[in-house]
Structures are given as C-alpha cells and as structure tokens.
Ligand binder design. Structure first.
Ligand code: GLA
Length: 661
C-alpha cells in the first residue's frame, strides 16, 4: 500500500473523538460485560481496546485457540455501536511459552532471565517468540479482520524490552554486519583501538554486557539503535500480518510511552497509520500540565496531524512512590488539553478498575466506587462534552512557528556513563527549554534535526550532543535562508559514531555561532551556579572565546570565566553556553522569539493559563485553582457551553473554554 493510500485516524474516528479505553473483560464474569456496556453507553464511550493482555486466554495451551469469548465481546460491542481497537496480545506471553522455550525470555546485562509472572517478558530477538507471536496474530487477524466492530489494530503494548542474551547477540552481529559490512569498519566506528578492544572475528562481538569498568560508548550507542530496530521489526511483522487480513481501511497503531528513551519514535511513527501515546502526568506536580503539553506537542509532531491519546488515568496510577488521585475537574482539563493539541482520541487505561492483579490500585474509568463514584461521574460528563465538540474538532491540525529539535540517537550518545557531568540529563534539559517557551505562551512543534525546518520562524536546540553532517548542513541552510536558531550547550560535539568533532564542537557550527575556540567545559555541581551580568547559569558553563563578528549578549561575571560569553549571538544564530535559571531562560527565549516574529498565542495571559490554537478554534485552559478573567479580542462562541464570549472570559478552577470566532 502506498503511503498516501494508507488508512489514518479519520478512518477510525469518522468525525467523532474516540472516547474509551483498555477493556479487560477477561477479568470479569459475563454478567459484568452487560453492566459495562450499559455504563459505557451512558458515558458516551465509543471505543474500547480489547485483547492487550489476552494471550493466555486466547491460546491456553500451545497451538490451541479459544476465540468464543472474544467473538461474543466483538458482537456485543458492535450491537452497542462501540468500536473495537483490537490488540495483538503479544506483549505478555503465556507461562507455557517461557517453559517450552526459555530462550524467549530476555536476559539482562548479567545474564539473568526475566521470568513470567509479570509482563513484557519476551525477547525481541527470539525466533520462537516471533513465530508464536506471528501465529496468534495471524489467527486473530483472520478471524476479526472483517468484523464490523473493528476500527483499528493495536500491536503489542508499549514496546520497551531490552535483551543482552545469546540470540540477541547473534541478531546484533547481523545488524552490525548490515550496517558496517566489514569488521574494519566496525573497529573504526567503535574506536576499538582504545583499551585493546579490536575485534578479529564477528563471533567476538557482543551486546554491551556487564563489564569491569566503563563500556565502549559507540558499542552501547549501536546497541540502543539495534534494540529500537528489533522492537520495530517485531511491530512491523505483526502490522503486516493484520494488514494482509483486513479488507476495509483499518489503521494500525502501537502505543508509545511518553518521551521514552528506548525507541526512536521519529522512525517508528513512519511505520504507523496512527501515532498514539500513553500519558500520565502526576496530579500533584505543579508542572504536570507542561509535561502533558510537551508529550502532546511531540506526539502531534510525529503524527504530523491528529493523534491518539491511547492511555491516561482517570484517577491515581499505582507506580509512583505516592499515588495521588485527580482532584475534581483535572481529568477533564487534561483531556481537553490533549484535544487542544491535536488528539482525536481520548482514552484511558483502563475501563473498570481491577479487583485482582498488580494494578488493582490503579484507577479505571469505573473505580472501585462504581457507577456512583466521582470518577465515573466525571468521565460521563467528559464523554458528553467531547461528543458535543467532536464535529468541530476532529481532523483539524495546526503547525506552529517554533520548532524544538529532538533526536533519540543524540540522546543515547550523550548519555554515556563516561560523560563530564551526570547532572546533565537530556530529557530534563529538553523539558526545561520546552517549559520556558510554554510559560511564555509560545506554541511549539518538535522536529528531527534533519527535517525541513524552513517553515519555522524560530528553531531551538536545547541539546543535540551528536549531529550527523546532514543535520549540521540543515541547520546552516535554515539560518542562511532567514531562520533564527538558538542552541544550548553540548550541541554538535560528536558525529553519529560518537567521535568528538575537531575542536570539541563542529567547526561549521562554531563559525555559525561565532565561537573562535572552545577551550574547556566547566560543568557545575548540583547546587552551584555561574554568575553572569544577566542571570544565574546552572548545570554547565563553558570557556569559549568569541570570534570577531559575534556579540557577547550575556557574559560570565567573576571566577575563571569572567567576561567570557554565556550567551553569544552571531546574526540570527544564538548560542547559550549554560542553562539560565528558569525565569531567565523564559525571558531570553521570549525576546528572541519576538524578534523572529513568533508571537504568543494570546497576549497578556497570566501564569497557570494556557491558550492553544487548533484549526480555527482557540482553547483557553486554567491550570490553577483560582478563577481568572482573560482578555480575548473579538467575539467568540464557547463550544462547551454555547455562551457568547465578548472580549473577555472568566475561567473557574481548572476551567476550559473552546472558542470559535
Ligand atoms: C501502561 C500500560 C498499561 C498500564 C498502565 C498503568 O501505560 O500500557 O497496561 O499498565 O501503564 O499506568
């Protein structure tokens, strides 16, 4: 199937926001299924995900099939106009598979097995696992590919396993042979002249297992790439099977974990018809809304259009140290925040809270308190509201003026244990930069460093330690063609093999930013700050010498770096050699954005308020508990209440308006 003929989310939504969640009816007697359907209908649920963890129920013994229960459920859903996102059950193999084929169990760096008794205990590299996974997928797809309840295929669940075992080692070698061709090329890319690591035979090459001291960084980097690729192979194999059996345009997805380190989601998104993500901000975190915004911005950018919120929690999760419920209104607020940022599906883990098993204290849309419980009552209210705005919302997409660059390979390369400061955490730096823009009410997309950036007024690079030549050229072309670029420290240090660039930072980038010499990096301790004539720097500082034309916008003050650039500007290219404390970063980026012509979504918005454009609609969200009145130029209609809004609107605690001009 060619890419433009592929089904998409619109084939599943058909103009309605999908609302529902993971449904695990195998945990309940059949009477409860009928009760569930009644409650689903009352709550406006139009989509359930079935079968995510059903392998042992579908295949109780090797090769046996028990589909009767699922037949009844598929029919029940269809009779009640509830679409089914049908999952392949391959993320949690039945105990018999591990017993029959111990090689399907992944091994950690020390060679220890991950046993059944939990979940996701499968090796992506195991031929037996892949064979059994393909067989159950084949039969599932053949049986339900034409079922009228089916709206989408969901492959596996949160692919996230690593394996250092023997079968993985064999596949790693094959992957490396494809990549490098010869051992000489591998030895060169991995820098094996260091510490006597030269390989003379492919059989000597291993995954980076437990070692006495620091591991080879390039080997570790390739292992992370390999792991992402092997999981992707598993996904693609199952995707191709379900596609083969599915006559009508049924899209295929798999759910990402938010900003998860193990999966190159840019690459994965290309293989999906629908990009979906699971999102669980901490209700107690004052910056939970920003975490949500970041993940939503990233998912929308991967999807290049509407996307699916596959899982969120209606109340508490059960995997933090302390798991807080959502205060009244927060579930609605965060759901509408996702819709504002492009979600055409608002779904949960899970429909009915379990009474047994490891997640019995994890919330569901129907909590232990049942129909009368606040959780279900709020879910029901949300279902009605989503149904009310669906027609105006679904399918619309907005791209923004600002792109934040993000790349998994650079993250992997920059996280090596032998780096200068373990205080520098890529995801935290990325989050801090996104937060500064979010707090300045500037809307952002994410982009890969090799994407076409020319449509953006401002491109920011919080940190891209390793960049390919193509990415560097892309940044140069972007600035040359009129774009404004701001880069944070530790950018352009290494090439794609994690080889340090000449001069400690790529010479073309040094020229772009006006850095004559990078003398030394000066990482800062946890509580340490670097004084400048503008703000306090944190985490990192640098001894750099500016070239003739560049202007030192902010200089270090006192200490070893006195007078040297903390912020350096060379025309439209800016370089920030420390992490300014949060307020200063916000002011700095807002100023640069204004000069570049990127405007806030609404002017004069107070903190805790967020404004998001989606198509013609303007969403305004109050993340605070106090009522706030906001100026909104013009006249609008609030799609949630039908009220006319002239010039200003008051939002109560966790209030939301969805405004149509
Ligand atoms: C993930 C999984 C779900 C469930 C939730 C709990 O998102 O996909 O099966 O375990 O976490 O938060």
């Amino acid at each position: 199937m060619s890419a433009d003929k592929r089904p998409g989310l619109a084939d599943a939504t058909r103009g309605r926001i999908l609302f529902g969640g993971d449904y695990n009816p195998e945990q309940w007697p059949e009477e409860t299924w009928h009760e569930d359907v009644r409650l689903m209908r009352d709550a406006g649920v139009n989509s359930v995900t079935l079968g995510v963890f059903s392998w042992a129920k579908l295949e109780p013994r090797p090769g046996e099939r028990e589909f009767g229960w699922l037949d009844r459920l598929m029919d029940l859903m269809y009779e009640n106009s509830i679409g089914v996102v049908l999952a392949t059950p391959t993320s949690s193999p039945p105990p018999w598979l591990g017993r029959l084929h111990p090689e399907t169990l992944p091994r950690d760096e020390d060679g220890r097995s991950e046993w059944w008794g939990g979940r996701q205990h499968f090796s992506h590299s195991s031929a037996a696992y892949r064979r059994y996974a393909a067989a159950i997928t084949e039969d599932l797809a053949a049986r339900y590919g034409g079922h009228p309840a089916l709206t989408m295929w969901h492959i596996n669940n949160e692919y996230c396993t690593y394996d250092w075992g023997d079968e993985a080692a064999a596949r790693f070698r094959r992957w490396l042979q494809t990549k490098y061709g010869t051992l000489d090329a591998l030895n060169s890319a991995w820098g094996t002249a260091f510490w006597s690591q030269g390989y003379g035979d492919w059989e000597e090459v291993l995954p980076p297992r437990h070692a006495h001291y620091l591991k080879n960084p390039a080997q570790v980097l390739d292992f992370k790439r390999f792991t992402s690729d092997m999981l992707l192979e598993c996904y693609v194999a199952e995707r191709d099977i379900v596609r083969r059996h599915t006559p009508s345009p049924i899209p295929v997805t798999t759910n990402f974990m938010p900003l998860w380190v193990g999966q190159d989601a840019w690459r994965w998104a290309e293989e999906e018809d629908v990009v979906s993500v699971d999102l669980y901000p901490d209700p107690r975190d004052p910056l939970g809304a920003q975490h949500g915004a970041l993940v939503q911005d990233m998912t929308r950018s991967q999807a290049r259009g509407p996307w699916m919120l596959m899982e969120q929690a209606a109340g508490p999760v059960n995997w933090r140290g302390v798991n807080h419920p959502k205060p009244r209104g927060l579930n609605r607020l965060w759901s509408l925040q996702a819709v504002a940022r492009g979600a055409d599906a608002v779904c949960y883990f899970q429909w009915r809270q379990s009474r047994q098993g490891a997640e019995k204290f994890h919330s569901g849309m129907v909590s232990h308190a049942g129909e009368e419980g606040r959780t279900y009552q709020e879910v029901k209210q949300l279902g009605a509201e989503l149904a009310g705005i669906s027609g105006e919302v679904t399918g619309s997409h907005t791209s923004n003026d600002i792109a934040i660059l993000h790349d998994w390979h650079s993250w992997w390369a920059g996280s090596h244990e032998g780096r200068l400061s373990t205080q520098v955490d890529y995801a935290e730096v990325l989050t801090t930069w996104h937060r500064a823009l979010w707090q300045a009410h500037l809307a952002t997309d994410f982009a890969h460093p090799e994407h076409d950036l020319t449509a953006y007024k401002l491109v920011v690079v919080p940190q891209l330690y390793a960049l390919t030549d193509a990415a560097i050229d892309n940044l140069l072309v972007y600035v040359r063609s009129g774009g404004t670029l701001v880069c944070g420290f530790l950018t352009g240090i290494a090439d794609e093999d994690d080889r340090v660039r000449p001069g400690g930072m790529d010479p073309r980038l040094r020229e772009l930013f006006g850095i004559r010499t990078l003398h030394e990096w000066w990482p800062l301790d946890a509580e340490e700050t670097a004084e400048t004539d503008g703000f306090c720097g944190t985490l990192w500082s640098e001894e750099i010498e500016a070239a003739g034309d560049a202007s030192v916008e902010v200089a270090y003050k006192g200490g070893e770096l006195d007078g040297l650039p903390a912020v350096l500007r060379n025309g439209r290219a800016w370089y920030v050699s420390t992490l300014p404390e949060p307020h200063a970063l916000r002011v700095l980026l807002a100023g640069i954005a204004a000069d570049a012509g990127a405007r806030p979504v609404l002017d004069g918005l107070p903190d805790r308020l967020e404004a998001v454009r989606r198509g013609d609609l303007l969403f305004v969200l109050n993340h605070g508990r106090e009522s706030v009145t906001v100026q909104v130029p013009g006249t609008h209609r609030d799609l949630l209440t039908g009220a006319t809004v002239r010039a200003e609107v008051t939002l109560g605690r966790y209030g939301v308006v969805v405004l149509r001009p």
